[in-house]
Design a protein around this ligand. Structure first.
Ligand code: PEP
Ligand code: MG
Length: 922
């Protein structure tokens, strides 16, 4: 068997094999092979990383060190430089890169190969002493930190001290002597911290660096990131290591380094976007240590380089047919492309670029639709600052990630995480952020930094997460130790509320109201393309006229679930509902229902009017009755309080009465005073009512209410309740019909387990229909159907379909029933552990369970359609707005999905993608 190949030169690696070479490595190979100017280098495969991590003794895989030597020799030949050579030394960078982009989550080392000998060679060769020492100090710190595990603070302390001594703010102000002194101190730091001298042999350096990069795959940062972004081993397993010949952007003023996007990742506009720094090394731009210049300035400062950069941008985009995020270095007038990857963008930019790239002919419409993650669209529904606000910003930074957010200022990521977990809204305020702050990002509403550009770590990460970010607000002086920040005369402390606007870069003290965003034309276009392709219709779950209007605005084709009990909960309705529940006789209950009827009819009319001519599915009452009553504990407490009050009032009444008797001419009949009697009587009456309620609560008590007297079981045992609701629906439809408004009500029965139940409710419906038609002199057009949310209903679908025009899967309850997991408790109790330990891959209340629930649904669809081939079948559980679940729904042939209004755009796009990727479904 041929020995495994662990290393590929950029000239030979397969640019499509990201799994083996990592995204960065594959792209470096591809760019080299399409003739872009990439410094020579090679990739050590992800397979080598996995092999290394699999062995406890942490040895590089057999054969790898030899392959590395062979490839280094090849680099020496290509560049004419020598690794470890004192005259013309070859220096390399060692960069991580897995199949999925994880910006900043793993380690990178630059200038590897430097030691005292090669340094003098570098200085001689470049004739630039300052440059040499600067490269060396960067290398010692980076290598010391990444490969030897020395905390940056040990180095920073010395660096800051020398800057102070020299009286300079930025490193660019330091001269060669300062930097030499820094190197001397740094080498001492390494010896002190590790007990060994700094490793001088470049091959030893390389081996340690490769191991450090491999280990960083298992580092906390990377593991947290993969967990948060659900990156599974199938998507990316292990990191590759890219060893690349160093080129320098910091050899003088004809050198520069920069990062760019082929289009603006904040807005999606078709303009080259990016920043650069003259006489600097790549990390300076990303780390936000110096604030870089916008790339447009290069057109004046280095016109020829700018022309080449535009050419590079055009080549990259037309080759990859995707917005690219690329890094480059200009070394003494030569432009090198150091990496490229698909650009991360916020939702607005992704939508705009998709539509524009399709219109430009760079992509097909189908490709454009597949380019947008459906979940991202929810970001577009994020609030922005109320345009009417009158607040003046205290500072302005760069608009690094759009959207507005308000929250309490916190000055470190740990505190942000703590408060965020406790449910507080926080804004993470930092001088600059680093990859280790990632948990603070997850917990915060938005990010504010006082240093760094639009491509700084803070900006890139916030954009990826769709969180607002203002970067480089230089007017703000952050004092983490004192937990405060100053902006001119103003200061704000940790805990003070801030508002940031990532669209303008403005920062405000205090909270500013926000308004909902509008749909952009690009989004409308993209969703119209989606609707033209999708087979699934998208409905909304909405219970009020306002929610119905939102559903229409978001493009819902109807309401798939209107939960009537939400209407019962309205403040003015609850007392009538309680009256209905407390009723001891049918007469009393009918009285209460008579009061409820016009209220429900009014609700339905408004909703139908908004939705006309789209269908509206009204679900009859579902929750157990006691949900409308207080709990036993609450009632007992209230009773105790009322009883005490009653005793006291009687006492006061007597007291007032005796005082009155003391008045001259008073008679005994004056006592007790009518006022006191009235109050005491009212309290007594309240006590009686509460006692009645308590008795009812005790009667209605169920050990397992979710499996109890609810849904259609209520309709069977209290037919008058369902009849009233059916009457309200049909009367609302009849009244609108007489106004000339088209309505298609759908009456839906919850919790059905048997065809008999449906038959009974259908019979009520037909009786009520006849009465209403007679009374209004109309002929009603409505549909009658059922929720499928019990396991038994899915297995009895064939018979049930005999009584139903439609089925709607209530996958919240169906999941609960299929798993025997309480939908109220599982997510807080054991599910997180089940997922962390791999017992379940996903939370089944979020992602439709492929192996269980979906099978039940499939049986029901097939059996139902045997009886009624035209049976309309949908889903209205939460899964109806979840893209992967929507794909399953498409596959089993559902007619529609229904989800909450803000998920409607997500579902529309997901439905189109399900259609487009139908052939790949497994
Ligand atoms: C369901 O069970 O999926 C459903 C939509 O109904 P509810 O969530 O109201 O029980
Ligand atoms: Mg349900």
């Amino acid at each position: 068997m041929a020995a495994q190949q662990w290393v590929y030169a950029f000239t030979e690696g397969d640019g499509k094999d990201k799994k083996l070479l990592g995204g960065k490595g594959a792209n470096l190979c591809e760019m080299t092979q399409i003739g872009l100017n990439v410094p020579p280098g090679f990739v050590i495969t992800t397979q080598a990383c996995l092999d290394y991590l699999a062995h406890a003794e942490r040895q590089l895989p057999e054969g790898l060190p030899d392959e590395i030597r062979t490839h280094i020799r090849s680099l020496e030949q290509q560049t004419g430089k020598v690794f470890g050579g004192a005259d013309n030394p070859l220096l390399v960078s060692v960069r991580s890169g897995s199949a999925m982009s994880m910006p900043g989550m793993m380690d990178t080392i630059l200038n590897l190969g430097l030691n005292d000998d090669t340094l003098s060679g570098l200085i001689q060769q470049t004739g630039n002493e300052r440059f040499g020492w600067d490269a060396y100090r960067r290398f010692i710190q980076l290598f010391g930190h990444v490969a030897l595990g020395i905390a940056d603070s040990h180095f920073d302390e010395h660096f800051d001290a020398i800057k102070r001594q020299a009286g300079v703010k930025a490193d660019i102000g330091l001269d060669a002597e300062h930097l030499e002194e820094i190197c001397r101190l740094f080498l001492e730091v390494v010896e002190e911290q590790t007990g060994k001298p700094f490793p001088r042999d470049p091959y030893q350096q390389l081996e340690l660096a490769v191991k450090a990069v491999f280990n960083s795959w298992r580092g906390k940062r990377a593991v947290d990131y993969r967990r948060e972004f659900k990156i599974t081993p199938e998507m990316a397993n292990g990191t590759a290591v890219n060893v690349v010949t160093m080129v320098f952007g910091n050899m003088g003023n004809d050198c520069a380094t920069g990062v760019g996007f082929t289009r603006d990742p904040g807005t999606g506009e078709n303009v080259m976007f990016g920043e650069y720094l003259v006489n600097a090394q790549g990390e300076d731009v990303v780390a936000g240590i110096r604030t870089p210049k916008p790339v447009s300035e290069m057109a004046d400062e280095m016109p020829e380089m700018y022309r080449q950069l535009v050419e590079l941008r055009n080549k990259l985009e037309s080759h990859y047919r995707e917005v690219q995020d690329f890094e480059y270095t200009i070394e003494k007038g030569t432009l090198y492309c150091l990496q490229t990857r698909n650009g991360k963008m916020n939702a607005a930019a992704r939508v705009r670029t998709s539509v524009e790239m399709a219109n430009e002919g760079l992509l097909s419409r189908e490709e454009a639709l597949l380019r947008v993650e459906p979940d991202m669209l929810e970001q577009l529904l994020h609030p922005r600052l109320d345009p009417e606000h009158k607040s003046t910003p205290v500072a302005t930074g760069l608009p690094a990630s759009p959207g507005a957010a308000a929250g309490k200022a916190v000055f470190d990521a740990d505190r942000a995480e703590l408060l965020g977990r406790a449910g507080q809204k926080v804004i993470l305020v930092r001088e600059e952020t680093k990859p280790e702050d990632i948990h603070g990002f997850f917990a915060s509403e938005g990010i504010l930094t006082s240093r760094g550009g639009k491509t700084s770590h803070a900006a890139v990460v916030a954009r990826g997460m769709g969180k607002p970010c203002v970067a480089g607000a230089e007017g703000i002086v952050v004092n983490v130790k004192a937990r405060m920040a100053a902006v001119g005369e103003t200061t704000f402390l940790e805990g003070d509320t801030l508002t940031i606007d990532g669209t303008t870069g403005n920062v405000y003290i205090g909270e500013i109201a926000t308004v909902d965003p509008e749909f952009s034309d690009n989004l409308k276009t993209l969703l119209a393309w989606s609707d033209a392709i999708a087979r699934l219709q998208v409905m909304a779950n909405a219970d009020t006229p306002a929610a119905a209007q939102k559903a229409v605005d978001y493009g819902a084709q109807g309401i798939g679930l209107c939960r009537t009990e939400r209407m019962f909960n309205a403040v003015e309705r609850l007392p009538v509902v309680v009256e209905m529940i407390l009723a001891d006789t049918l007469e009393e209950r009918r009285d209460a229902l008579d009061k409820l009827l016009p209220m429900q009819r009014g609700d339905f009319k408004e909703i139908f009017r908004v939705m006309s001519p789209r269908p509206v599915t009204v679900r009859l009452l579902d929750p157990p009755m006691h949900e409308f009553l207080p709990t036993e504990a609450q009632l007992l407490e209230e009773l105790e309080h009322l009883q005490k009050l009653h005793v006291n009032m009687q006492g006061i009444g007597e007291l007032v009465g005796s005082l009155r008797l003391l008045r001259p001419g008073a008679r005994h009949t004056d006592m007790p005073a009518p006022f006191d009697v009235l109050n005491a009587d009212l309290v007594a009456e309240a006590i009686t009512k509460k006692r009645q309620m308590l008795n009812k609560v005790r009667v209605l008590y169920e050990v397992n209410p979710m499996l109890g007297h609810r849904g259609v079981r209520l309709g069977i045992t209290y037919p008058e309740i369902y009849r009233m609701q059916i009457q309200a629906v049909l009367e609302a439809a009849a009244e609108l019909q007489r106004e000339g408004i088209d309505v298609i009500p759908e009456i839906m029965v919850p919790q059905v387990i048997s065809p008999e139940e449906l038959k009974i409710v259908k019979q009520y419906t037909e009786e009520v229909q006849q009465q209403v038609e007679r009374h209004y002199d109309v002929s009603l057009n409505y549909r009658f159907g059922t929720m499928m949310e019990t396991v038994r209903s899915t297995l009895r679908a064939e018979r049930i379909a005999g009584y139903a025009d439609f089925f709607s899967f209530g996958t919240n309850d169906l999941t609960q029933a299929a798993f025997s997991f309480s939908r109220e408790d599982a997510e807080n109790k054991f599910l997180p552990q089940y997922i962390a330990r791999g017992i379940l891959r996903d939370n089944p209340f979020e992602a439709l369970d492929y192996n269980g629930v979906l099978k039940l649904m499939n049986i029901a669809v097939k059996d139902g359609r045997k009886v009624r081939p035209d049976l309309k079948v949908g889903i209205c559980g939460e899964h109806g707005g979840h893209p992967a679940s929507i794909r399953h729904c498409h596959h089993i042939g559902l007619s529609y999905v229904s989800c909450s209004s803000p998920r409607v755009p997500v579902a529309r796009l997901a439905a189109a993608q399900a259609m487009l990727t139908e052939d790949e479904y497994q």
